[in-house]
Ligand binder design. Structure first.
Ligand SMILES: Nc1ncnc2c1ncn2[C@@H]1O[C@H](COP(=O)(O)OP(=O)(O)OP(=O)(O)O)[C@@H](O)[C@H]1O
Ligand SMILES: [Mg+2]
Length: 215
């Protein structure tokens, strides 16, 4: 007899540049795997072959001349592909999906600071994400200057991408936009002090996952 498989859980990491999203998503994915969960670790933009192609165009800045709405639409196309060809399948198989950036990055970058109206952002979300919602979204909060210094140190003289290279004022607005999202959706979003050492941030994340999702 075929056994019913439990639907997996969906956890996303959000926050400004250098806040530690990739680091913390990786640590959490390892911890969940060690606790016996099957894990699909992924990222946006990207996460599926089609969406990774769109990622390259978006981060290179080639789409920027077309404006913030065009960028928002392309992020949405990438997200739809990622959901349809990767995330949904993984959740249906009972995997825990850990995603580095998701809808809130579009809300913060293209919406709140890019000037794309909330109505347009909402319409794109309805088309691409529908009823799918993360079980927990971690908002990694750090002063923009600290986050950028980390991102720049990591780039080691390499070039910052299209979004990293915006000015400091804009990065502070992005930080504020993420905090506003967390206030609007306290059931989904958990703000974590990301200026703490890596291991302490990871502890805060793990405590929340234990409390809310009992992995
Ligand atoms: N808590 C921390 N304290 C100090 N350095 C950290 C911490 N977390 C991550 N870092 C370092 O800061 C840099 C940026 O971290 P990471 O790449 O995880 O951030 P990110 O949020 O994914 O950045 P981006 O938005 O650019 O993708 C890396 O070099 C990482 O090793
Ligand atoms: Mg990253």
């Amino acid at each position: 007899m075929k056994q019913a498989i439990e639907i997996g859980r969906f956890i996303t990491f959000e926050g400004g540049e250098g806040s530690g999203k990739s680091t913390q998503a990786g640590i959490l994915a390892n911890r969940l795997a060690r606790s016996g969960r099957s894990v699909f670790a992924t990222r946006e933009p990207g996460g599926s072959p089609g969406a990774e192609e769109i990622r390259a165009a978006l981060l290179s800045g080639r789409v920027a001349p077309f404006g913030h709405l065009a960028e928002a639409v392309l992020f949405a196309v990438a997200r739809a592909d990622h959901i349809d060809n990767a995330i949904q399948g993984a959740l249906q198989e009972g995997q825990w999906v850990v995603c580095d950036r998701f809808i809130d990055s579009t809300r913060a970058y293209q919406g709140a600071t890019g000037g794309v109206p909330r109505s347009a952002i909402n319409a794109l979300e309805r088309l691409t994400v529908g009823e799918l919602s993360p079980d927990i979204t971690f908002i990694l909060d750090i002063p923009a200057e600290e986050g950028l210094a980390r991102a720049e140190a990591r780039a080691e003289g390499g070039r910052l991408d299209r979004f990293e290279s915006q000015d400091l004022t804009n990065h502070e607005r992005i930080r504020r936009a993420f905090l506003d999202i967390a206030e609007e959706e306290p059931d989904r979003c958990v703000v974590v002090d990301a200026s703490q050492p890596e291991a302490m941030v990871a502890e805060d994340v793990w405590e929340t996952v234990l409390q809310r999702l009992n992995p």
